[in-house]
Design a protein around this ligand. Structure first.
Ligand SMILES: [Cu+2]
Length: 136
């Protein structure tokens, strides 16, 4: 009698434990994206802040805060309106975000130290230029 009750309790406890584990497993894990330094793309056609300094290995996230205009981030001289507006350190690869619409963002992880000058090609003439300095 007692042993039957005890095993019934044991089974219930096991069931509760297992369902708890099951529910826990179904909760989606937080995305494993690295923390990023945020640069906003504004209605005034500026990068804010315009110049930042980060450490090698850090990620920058450009967020379009402008409800009216898509913006872009490029270090590629072939895509910039004026190739002299962009530059990257030796050994680094140029990158380009394509057009980023309102509320969307673009991330880039910087591994090679140096100075990166980038531009938003549609608004280069408005002075929409920015700079990332990557230290070791
Ligand atoms: Cu722009």
């Amino acid at each position: 009698m007692f042993s039957t009750l005890r095993s019934a309790i044991g089974i219930s406890a096991t069931l509760i434990f297992c369902s708890a584990v099951y529910v826990g497993a179904r909760i989606p894990a937080a995305p494993q994206e690295p923390e990023a330094v945020v640069v906003k793309m504004t209605t005034e056609h500026k990068f804010m802040p315009e110049k930042i300094t980060i450490k090698a290995g850090q990620t920058v996230e450009w967020v379009n805060d402008d409800k009216e205009m898509p913006h872009e981030v490029t270090t590629d001289p072939n895509l910039a309106a004026d190739p002299n507006n962009v530059s990257i350190p030796e050994g680094a690869q140029p990158f380009d975000s394509r057009l980023i619409t309102n509320g969307k963002s673009f991330r880039h992880a910087f591994t090679v130290p140096g100075v990166y000058r980038y531009a938003c090609p549609p608004h280069e003439n408005d002075g929409m230029l920015g700079q990332v300095t990557v230290t070791k």
